[in-house]
Write a protein that binds this ligand. Structure first.
Ligand SMILES: [Zn+2]
Length: 152
């Protein structure tokens, strides 16, 4: 009976809370800035370091047997090392992403230069940044040979 009541309460809670949470998520639609994977890894590493410091303190206060202390210390250090590696891998991958973004931006710029060259206005000299039939500045028909060939 108690179990049934608990289940009902849990189900009701989910049905009441979940819509509230989901509408709030829709309003925000983005995560808070400080909950990036990098920040999360750093926060977890800080927690491990804090635990290590507490452990050290407890050991010095003779609250811990040296065997327990060593086992705990080793596991904390392993965890800190694991988090550090994960942080470095993440940093490396974002650096790679930035490199790719830069490459794409450069290529896009080159493409834009090419278009501007092809669709330059002979009357006013304006470099139309997008393929156009008429100059965006003065309205003169663009009759560039390159523009025609790519148009037809
Ligand atoms: Zn023009």
């Amino acid at each position: 009976m108690l179990l049934a009541i608990i289940i009902i309460v849990v189900v009701l809670t989910i049905f009441v809370i979940y819509p509230l949470l989901s509408t709030r998520d829709e309003d925000k639609s983005v995560l808070p800035v400080d909950v990036t994977p990098a920040a999360d890894l750093k926060r977890r590493r800080m927690v491990v370091y804090e635990n290590l410091r507490d452990l050290e303190f407890e050991y010095k206060a003779r609250k811990l047997a040296s065997k327990d202390y060593e086992a705990l210390r080793d596991s904390y250090k392993a965890e800190a090392a694991r988090l550090m590696v994960a942080s470095q891998e993440l940093e490396h991958s974002t650096a790679e992403d930035r490199f790719i973004e830069r490459e794409v931006a450069t290529r896009r710029e080159r493409m834009r230069d090419k278009i501007a060259e092809s669709y330059a206005c002979k009357k006013c000299g304006f470099n139309n940044p997008i393929p156009v039939k008429f100059c965006g500045n003065c309205g003169t028909p663009i009759s560039d040979a390159k523009a025609k060939s790519s148009d037809e």
